[in-house]
Design a protein around this ligand. Structure first.
Ligand code: CP
Length: 318
């Protein structure tokens, strides 16, 4: 495949190839020298039209650990603020000889437009588009689930070991590209996903997703192997009903009382950014069950694997 646009485009073999490659890349993180020469001479452009901390930094770290050249392009401070179009920006990147463009955009479908427009010859990686998809987040979440729930020693990747594992994704599903990508990818990998949200925060058409749905967080928590909390994306809400922060936390927040109802092995995840005190309390976020910081570390390995596989890293480079 030339692009990574949607988690739904990945077959089980595709996803497992990325995750097993990521497992090899992950070992590098524990070594004193973290670099491989695989993408020497290649150029990766980070094209971010929306804010990001984890995704942008981890793609930069991933590309650098593979010895690629990295150009960071943020919309703020660029000619985009003077009205330059996506097309002209793409043509500028093409003129610079980008081999891969990692794009985050507020408009759902923008990475698809870039990939299929003919404006660029490079590989396009979706780093989050509007409320649509965030496939590398889903891959790093799946990778984290394999490490903890895969049945082998921590860190081992075993094909098929998420089969039948149960994952709850809780919160603002309506605005969440992370929820959609995870629902698609985890189903492909054989896991069973339950989305939990207030009625107003489920998207239209959720019944066509390969998931169960529930309004009852307390009923779901004791049954799952992992619980993934989502931030309420107030910046994407234009009016409409929304419960108060206090009411939301009371009904859908993960606090110590609720955490005590989880099974002993169940892990707590969050893609970030977190709003401590809203969807998750600080004591839960910092608890022994929380793998939130590890998700970020795993994100570098997964993004290394994606860049390596898309750009055809040379095996003989080691
Ligand atoms: N999880 C995630 O996409 O975080 P950032 O918005 O900081 O990249």
């Amino acid at each position: 495949k030339r692009h990574l646009l949607s988690a739904g485009d990945l077959t089980r073999d595709d996803a497992e190839l990325i995750l097993s490659t990521a497992a090899e890349m992950r070992e590098l993180a524990d070594r004193p020298i973290k670099k491989l020469p695989a993408l020497r001479g290649r150029t990766v452009v980070n094209l971010f039209f929306e804010d990001s901390t984890r995704t942008r930094i981890s793609f930069e770290a991933a590309a650098k650990r593979l010895s690629a050249d990295v150009i960071n392009f943020a919309a703020k401070g660029s000619s985009l603020s003077k009205g330059e179009s996506l097309k002209d920006t793409a043509l500028t990147l093409e003129a610079m000889g980008a081999d891969a463009v990692v794009v985050r955009h507020g408009a759902s479908g923008a990475p698809h437009r870039l990939a299929h427009s003919g404006w660029v010859r490079s590989s396009v990686v979706n780093a989050g588009d509007g409320t649509h998809e965030h496939p590398t987040q889903a891959l790093l979440d799946a990778f984290t689930l394999y490490r903890h729930l895969g049945g082998g020693p921590l860190g081992e990747f075993r094909s098929g070991s998420l089969e039948g594992r149960r994952v709850a994704i809780v919160g603002d599903v309506l605005h969440s590209r992370v929820a959609r990508s995870n629902a698609l990818l985890l189903r492909t990998l054989g896991a069973e996903v339950t989305l939990v949200a207030p009625p107003t925060l489920f998207p239209v058409g959720v019944e066509t997703w390969p998931v169960e749905t529930s309004y009852d967080l307390d009923g779901v928590l004791p049954k799952v192997d992992a619980v993934m909390m989502l931030r309420v994306q107030r910046e994407r809400m234009s009016g409409g009903f929304f419960p108060t922060a206090r009411e939301y936390s009371r009904r859908y927040g993960l606090d110590a009382r609720r955490m005590a109802t989880l099974q002993d092995h169940t892990i707590v995840m969050h893609p970030g950014p977190m709003v401590r005190g809203m969807e998750i309390t600080a004591d839960v976020a910092d608890s022994a069950r929380s793998v939130i910081v590890e998700q970020v570390t795993n994100g570098v390995a997964v993004r290394m694997a994606v860049l390596y596989l898309l750009l055809g890293g040379n095996e003989s480079d080691g």
